[in-house]
Structures are given as C-alpha cells and as structure tokens.
Design a binder for this molecule. Structure first.
Ligand code: ZN
Length: 487
C-alpha cells in the first residue's frame, strides 16, 4: 500500500473508532504508521468484548490469579495474554456443575466472589463492570472490564428471588440452561435422554424467568438450550437475546449449535450470536472424530477413576478444574482444525444473520481444543487479521469484535428501564385509592411515604383538591399528590 493511501486508511479507521464509542477514549499511541498493518490498526483501536470464559473455576478451585503468566497449556486468560490480545471486556462464566446438587446457589456465590476478589487485588488493571457505561469507562482508563454471566438456570434453584439476588450481585446474563435440563427449561445437551423429565421447551415459571430477566436488565442467553426452549424464549423476550458461546449447525452438526433459521430469528430479535471457538463446535471433521462413542467412553472412564481416587474428605464434588487435565490430554489425539474453520463460522453467521448479529464468545478456559493458531486470548489479533484478509472492512470488524454486543446490551438496558417505568405506572395510586386512605384517616406521614413510593395516576384538578380537602387531607399531602403524577 502506498504511504498516502495507508495514512488515509488510518485516518478513516480512527474516525470509525471514534464513532464506535459514544464517549471517545483517549487515543492509544500507535507506533509510526509505516510499521502498522491496517488490520493491526483496526485491532488495536477496537473495544473487544468476549462473552464467555470459564476462568472463575480456576480462580476458585486452583487459586489462580490473573497476574500469573501461566503456560498456554494451563490457561487461556491472564493479564499478559489480555494485553497482547487487546481484550477490553470479558464475561466470566459463573458455571455451576450439575454435581453440586443441593448447593447450586452457594457454588454460584463462591464463583462470583472469586471474580470480585480478582478485581479487588488488581484495581490498577481491572474493574468490575455492570453496564455499558462501566465497560466504556474501564476502556477509557485502559483497564480490563470484568462482567459476569451465569451459565445454567439451575443456579437459581427454581426461585425468582435468587434470580433477583444474582442481578443485585452484578450478574448480567444468564444462560437459561447449561447441558442439563433444569426445573423450567429444556437443554440441547440431554434432549434425547428419555430418563430426563422434559418440559416441551419451557414451563410457565421458565417464561416468567425470562420476563423477570427483561425487567431486571439481565440478558437472556440462549446458548445450550433445546430448539423448543430457544423459540419460546424468543417469543417471550421483549429485549434482544444473545447466544454467549454458540456456533453454526449448518457448518458443524452439533445440537448445541444454531441452525440458519435460529440465526435469522436472533437477527429479527436484534440479538447477537457469539461464535464459540471449541474445535468440536466449529469443525465437522473434528466433531466426528472427537464424538466417537468408543473414544468418549475411554475419556469418561478415566475421569470417573480420577474422581474416585481423589474424592474430597468433606464429600464435596471433585470440580472440573481438578480433572480438566485428563480431558485436555485425551483431546490431544485429534488434530486441531485450521483457523479457517473458526473464520468460516464467523463469516457464515455474518452472512445468514447479518453483520450486525455476530460476535465473539471464545469459551476460553472451558474447552479442551482450539483451532490452530488460537492458543489463548493473546491470539485474538489473528482473528482480526483473517477477517481483514477476507475483505471485512474496519467498521464491520469493530462490530464483530464488540460493537454488536454493545448495541444488544444497550437494548437490554433500555427495555429494563421501559418495563420498570410501566410497572410503576401500573402501581400508581388512583384518586379513589387516595380518597379511601384519607377517609380512613391514614396519618399524614404514612400517606406521604405511600404517595412518594407509588406515585399517582391522575391530575389533581381544583375539584379533586376540594374533595380531598373536605375529607381533611392536609396541604402537605395535597402538594405531594400534585408532584407525584406518573406518566
Ligand atoms: Zn457452555
């Protein structure tokens, strides 16, 4: 490329970067233009958001700290790799293994605590984020933003109050199921298993969970769910949904991947599908090899033997992090698919669902095999490079790397505000309610509290004022009513 054209290109890219962030972050100092390839400039100026990594298990069960630069074989994410890959924000998965039966919520709390403790230990490099604004602020401060998503609705133990508590603790998405069907939603992971009690999608309670998530502002994540659960969730949800870590079933025939029809449905909903990097979800040859029933039996037998040998004295389950090395070793017998398989997935979803509905959901620290060239978060630039070489523009790449997710989450936040305002409207006191309370001599103090909390749904006309005064409502109450009109 001629120097002048390169300069024009860089100027164009920095304009795009500016347009992507509502509040422009201070521009990072780029090395002199001649040493920077266009895709590198795109990658370095992007806000990159990954929506699924299982690192919290490592925090909790291995006492892993993000400041440790671990060998690639041991982990996909640490501060060194985050910096190299220019990862801006990560959704840490709060994944409760089904083995923790009877203690799902407690285990989820422990995992949540493990994320907060990382942020507390490294305030200079990392900050917790709960909103779009938090993500953008962290990015401006050159800090890594940590968010949390629950993987598997069994964590709420069929209790709507726990769902709200998890929201209060900062959880911003919930995958309705993991590979296990729970008390209110079917999973693709066991949909063929006749021993499992299925619900034909979701129960009424399950649909209420989706509604409550919409109201709270928790993103509905449809990765892992059965096809029926998927379509029902989309019918119920008023906000954009995401697939936090799912790939295309057209390319790789795994029931956990999404059909083209599902991709189009997510596009109509305004949501985003984040591509999972796991070899068996992105490459049909790898999937066929690794899902060989005999080979899987061998792996499962090794895991079972390890669990028996290393049973915990207190009876608590042996966690995945403890035996993950067995599965990793087992996976090494299958050749890793080429990077092209991953890029084909992004490309396919971008073509079928549209460029506005595709993103990144690595599943780092939760998978045993990744495509060639992608060993950890440090290799994210290779994805940008490959997309650029396929002809994706800087603007399109920004969307894939994080822009699409930001748009969807903004939609979720706006829906929550609307639903909460509507609920307030429905709760507001009518003139008759107030007449009754004044007539029943509710104290002024109590009346003021109630009016402030609920608001009123009527205008205080001079006639109504006279009527309430005749019932002995005092001026404080009348003033409060005049101010509490909800629209
Ligand atoms: Zn998963």
């Amino acid at each position: 490329m001629k120097p002048l054209r390169l300069l024009v290109c860089l100027l164009f890219l920095s304009t795009l970067a500016f347009a992507q962030h509502k509040t422009a972050p201070p521009k990072k100092k780029l090395p002199p233009a001649k040493t920077v390839a266009p895709w590198e400039a795109i990658h370095q100026s992007a806000l990159i958001i990954d929506t699924h990594a299982d690192t919290p298990q490592r925090f909790l069960d291995e006492n892993f700290d993000l400041s440790q630069n671990t060998p690639i074989a041991d982990g996909h994410i640490d501060f060194g790799k985050i910096k190299k890959g220019n990862l801006g924000a990560e959704f840490f998965s709060i994944w409760v293994e089904p083995e923790f039966k009877g203690h799902y919520a407690a285990r989820a709390m422990d995992l949540i605590d493990s994320v907060y403790r990382q942020a507390a230990r490294h305030p200079d490099q990392m900050s917790m984020a709960f909103t779009i604004d938090d993500i953008l602020r962290a990015h401006q401060q050159h800090k890594f933003a940590a968010l949390m998503g629950i993987e598997g609705g069994h964590a709420i133990e069929n209790d709507m109050r726990l769902l709200r508590d998890f929201y209060r603790l900062g959880v911003r998405y919930m995958t309705l199921t993991c590979s296990n069907t729970n008390g209110w939603a079917d999973s693709s992971g066991d949909i063929q298993d006749p021993k499992v009690n299925h619900h034909n999608g979701m129960t009424d309670f399950g649909k209420d969970v989706v509604r409550e998530m919409n109201r709270l502002g928790m993103i509905v994540d449809i990765s892992h769910v059965s096809d029926a659960t998927f379509y029902q969730a989309l019918l119920v949800s008023q906000a954009p949904v995401i697939a936090s870590h799912s790939s295309s079933r057209e390319l790789t025939n795994h029931p956990r991947n999404m059909t083209d029809d599902m991709l189009r449905a997510v596009a109509r909903n305004g949501g985003v599908v984040m591509v999972n990097y796991y070899s068996a979800f992105i490459d049909e040859d790898y999937r066929k090899a690794a899902y060989d029933p005999e080979k899987m039996k061998q792996r499962d037998a090794q895991v079972e033997a390890f669990k028996k040998q290393h049973a915990h004295a207190d009876g608590s389950p042996v966690a995945y992090a403890e035996y993950a090395f067995i599965e990793k070793k087992w996976a090494e017998q299958f050749p890793r698919p080429p990077l092209k398989s991953l890029i084909d997935q992004i490309d396919h979803i971008a073509k079928v669902a549209g460029i506005d509905h595709v993103g990144l959901g690595s599943d780092f620290d939760g998978v045993t095999s990744l495509p060639q060239g992608i060993d950890s978060t440090a290799d994210l630039p290779k994805i940008t490079e490959a997309l650029y070489q396929r002809g994706y523009s800087g603007g399109d790449i920004f969307k894939i790397l994080g822009g699409n997710f930001l748009r969807a989450m903004r939609g979720v936040e706006a829906t929550a505000r609307r639903l909460q305002a509507e609920r307030k409207e429905a709760d507001a006191l009518s003139f008759e309610d107030l007449e009754l309370m004044v007539g029943n001599r509710v104290t002024t103090e109590r009346l003021l509290d109630i009016i402030r909390e609920h608001g009123v749904n009527f205008d205080l006309t001079p006639e109504r004022r006279t009527q309430l005064k005749a019932e002995k409502a005092d001026d404080f109450v009348l003033d409060a009513i005049a101010k509490a009109r909800r629209r």
